[in-house]
Design a protein around this ligand. Structure first.
Ligand code: DGJ
Length: 744
């Protein structure tokens, strides 16, 4: 396992038990040619027999040579303008206005392990023998620039990570117009492109369509990864399913503007490009400076989409999320947002905390409205000091009281924002992102702070630090409720304005880093009007993300199912809220709301003091159930079973690593009368283990449960006389099946 190099032919083979990735140096031009990416193949001394050269009418790099057209050579990190006309992985403009580059192979470096990326989130290793890293160093003589392509292959995960770095070694600045994190030329186009699409309150909806000739892409130009697209795409073989067949996943560890694109050329080669969105991006690289791209995480699966997702889940849970909370049990929380909105005082929120505590809830989170004079959304963002009218004892006093209950306290911030009606704006009107002489567009009456300026980041840190130092705070919900408009930074030169979006997100990462350094035990939950910034970049700092402002159980089936493509359950923020639901007005049973929310971080978002005694009792039981099962739910393997985008039913399950336990969630949106016998086939169990289901007497082998399935109908065996009292089917119904190995 690891990396094998043929020095003479300059071939590189990255491999582990499941995956092979092979490329070589082109003999005359010294660019990099891709030979293979997919299922592990045996290592050979040379792979030169994989080289393909056809003579085609095209432009060629070398005179009298008709096979040196880069248009017909699969490449590692292509450029535009010297025989390849497809969309390139990089583009640089130099001081004479030329954007032709020619990075030639110089040497390689290889090492055990994986180094962190400067100032950027990335996956990591804990032990050097978990992964091997290869760096290919290339040089452009005219530009006097070095390009370093980094590849890491994990030994026991089907994962290869990639990123690129440019270094200006010359005496003149140049401009990077495009710098992708990864580029892969797959030899055919028989794939569906799978990705996550959405809008506010309906994030993470799965889209899949067959590749067509030309460019198909998803992207963000909003300053955040966005509700609209997630920085992820998968190419799935047309015949592949959730459990079988080939899938290539590409996930970008980045929270700003991104591009994920597939270009199918006339010869059916599919070029995948993933990285910072080149639209609205340029970076002036001065002499001696370097530019580092974010990391792209590539997963190969021959076990369908579930196989790909499980690889992402494990990697992101174990080697992207870091620090104190990575392996710790996540607290069950109650958040006051949908309970009170801005209308609360200490007594009201403490009452919620008290009742929640009695029912076993572990963390109370105070949401928006505790600072400045914020009784609605017209003011106060940026003035991070308590509204003493609402909280006479401040956050300090309230957090102390909650702590004395034996409960943890969490607080909401929206650090990147500013309202004009604030002391912050009075003092620093120039900190708001706007373009000189242009309108300043607002979103929810708020504007965005220029986080590309270090003094802004420092100031917000100081304000947050003041609150954190004096209070007992274990959790922060970090919100971001609007995208960036009129992007411009007064701290940047005219020819640097294309750096603004990237510098902004680097500023966000810096603030996270400063806070984590000083308060390593605080659990962060990221949020951007729900799931507007649910991406791997954020997970590096905030182990969980508020998935959507839509808390309706039926809507959540799609939202959580979609996000499970990439993200582990312990990252997916999920709460039980009130009925009628605040986003869609639907009335779902409290059991179903919990049965959906269990498959996430789990918590509540309602005025628990207003629940009937019967419902409070149910909450108590739900909390006890989740506590008993959260280890399994948050560390087990997740399987999607029935797809809510395709039918009235949804099902998913989690199987413990030792396959001794599993929990299945089954949901039926609309009731159907007098149904056929209906069985749900399970997955991931040990075929030879005997399992009990919901503690019943009968037991089933894993192979029976996976091949025949669980009976979903009511089972009236031996109780036919209950016919007239039987349960009638209801809308929004759901069931949990708890499987335990039967010890004989
Ligand atoms: C949007 C978030 O997604 C909500 O949960 C809540 O925190 C509001 N912002 C507060 O303004």
């Amino acid at each position: 396992m690891g990396i094998k190099i043929n020095q003479e032919n300059k071939e590189f083979h990255l491999y582990n038990k499941e995956v092979s990735y092979i490329f070589r140096v082109l003999e005359k031009s010294y660019q990099l040619e891709q030979l293979y990416y997919g299922k592990r193949i045996r290592h050979r001394d040379s792979f030169s027999h994989l080289i393909e050269r056809e003579v085609r009418p095209s432009c060629n790099m070398f005179e009298y040579d008709h096979t040196s057209s880069l248009e017909h050579i699969k490449q590692e990190y292509p450029s535009y303008g010297t025989t390849d006309y497809r969309y390139p992985a990089h583009m640089i403009t130099n001081n004479i206005g030329s954007s032709i580059t020619n990075f030639k192979y110089v040497r390689y470096e290889m090492e055990e392990g994986k180094k962190p990326l400067d100032g950027l989130p990335a996956t990591y290793v804990e032990h050097q023998d978990e992964a091997d890293t290869l760096r290919i160093i290339l040089f452009d003589q005219v530009l006097q620039a070095t390009l370093i392509l980094s590849y890491t292959i994990y030994n026991h995960r089907n994962v290869i990570t990639r990123h690129a770095k440019f270094v200006n070694e010359g005496n003149e600045a140049f401009f990077i117009n495009n710098a992708m994190s990864a580029s892969v030329d797959l030899p055919d186009d028989q794939y569906e492109m799978v990705h996550l699409n959405g809008a506010w309150a309906r994030e993470g909806h799965i889209e899949a369509h067959k590749l067509t000739k030309g460019i198909q892409s998803i992207y963000s130009s909003r300053g955040a990864s966005s509700h609209v697209h997630n920085p992820f795409l998968a190419l799935k073989r047309l015949s592949a399913t959730e459990d079988h067949g080939e899938v290539y996943g590409f996930s970008l560890v980045y929270s700003g503007n991104f591009l994920a694109q597939v270009e199918v050329d006339p010869y059916s080669v599919s070029r995948v490009l993933v990285g910072i969105n080149p639209f609205q991006f340029t970076w002036r690289l001065n002499p001696t400076q370097s530019f580092q791209t974010p990391e792209c995480v590539m997963v190969y699966s021959d076990q369908g989409l579930n196989g790909m997702s499980q690889t992402y889940h494990q990697l992101y849970r174990e080697r992207l999320v870091r620090g104190f909370w990575r392996d710790r049990t996540r607290p069950i929380l109650i958040n006051n947002w949908e309970a009170t909105y801005f209308d609360f005082d200490e007594e009201k929120v403490f009452g919620i905390a008290e009742t929640a505590h009695q029912l076993g809830i572990e963390l109370f989170v105070l949401d928006d409205g505790w600072f400045g004079k914020r009784d609605d959304d017209t003011s106060s963002l940026g003035d991070w000091f308590e509204d003493r009218k609402k909280l006479p004892n401040g956050i300090e006093g309230l957090s102390e009281k909650v702590d004395q209950l034996g409960m943890k306290f969490g607080l909401w911030f929206e650090p990147e924002m500013i309202c004009k009606d604030t002391t912050l704006y009075e003092q620093h009107p120039d900190w708001l992102i706007s373009t000189p002489n242009r309108r300043e567009s607002h979103g929810r009456n708020q504007f965005v702070l220029d986080f590309s300026k270090s003094e802004v980041v420092e100031h917000i840190f100081q304000q947050m630090d003041t609150i954190l130092e004096k209070s007992k705070i274990s959790y922060i919900k970090w919100d971001m409720n609007r995208y960036i408009t009129e992007a411009y930074s007064t701290s940047l030169d005219a020819d640097q304005q294309g750096e603004m979006f990237h510098r902004y997100i680097l500023g966000v990462y810096q603030l996270y880093e400063k806070l984590i350094e000083k308060y390593p035990n605080i659990l962060f939950e990221s949020c951007a009007g729900g799931g507007g910034r649910f991406d791997p970049g954020m997970l590096y700092y905030a182990p969980q993300t508020w998935t959507s402002d839509d808390t309706d159980a039926v809507e959540r089936l799609k939202i959580q199912y979609g996000h499970s493509m990439v993200y582990p359950l312990n990252a997916i923020g999920s709460h039980v809220s009130t009925i009628p639901n605040h986003q869609v007005g639907r009335r779902t049973p409290i059991e179903t709301r919990a049965n959906v929310a269990y498959f996430g971080t789990f918590g509540y978002e309602l005025d628990i003091t207003k629940l009937t005694e019967e419902d409070q009792q149910k909450v108590k039981e739900q909390v006890a159930f989740f506590k008993a099962n959260r280890h399994l739910l948050h560390t087990g393997d997740f399987y999607r079973l029935l797809n809510p985008f395709e039918s009235n039913e949804t099902a998913w399950m989690v199987v413990s690593q030792d396959q001794k336990e599993a929990i299945v969630g089954y949901y039926k949106v609309l009731a159907k009368p007098n149904e056929k016998y209906n069985r749900l086939k399970l997955n991931g169990l040990d075929p030879n283990k005997l399992y009990t289901v919901n503690g019943r007497n009968s037991s089933h082998y894993g192979d029976e449960l996976m091949n025949i399935g669980i009976l979903l109908n009511q089972d009236y065996t031996d109780r036919a006389d209950e016919y007239w009292q039987r349960d009638h089917p209801k809308d929004y119904d759901s069931n949990l099946f708890i499987l335990k190995e039967k010890t004989r």
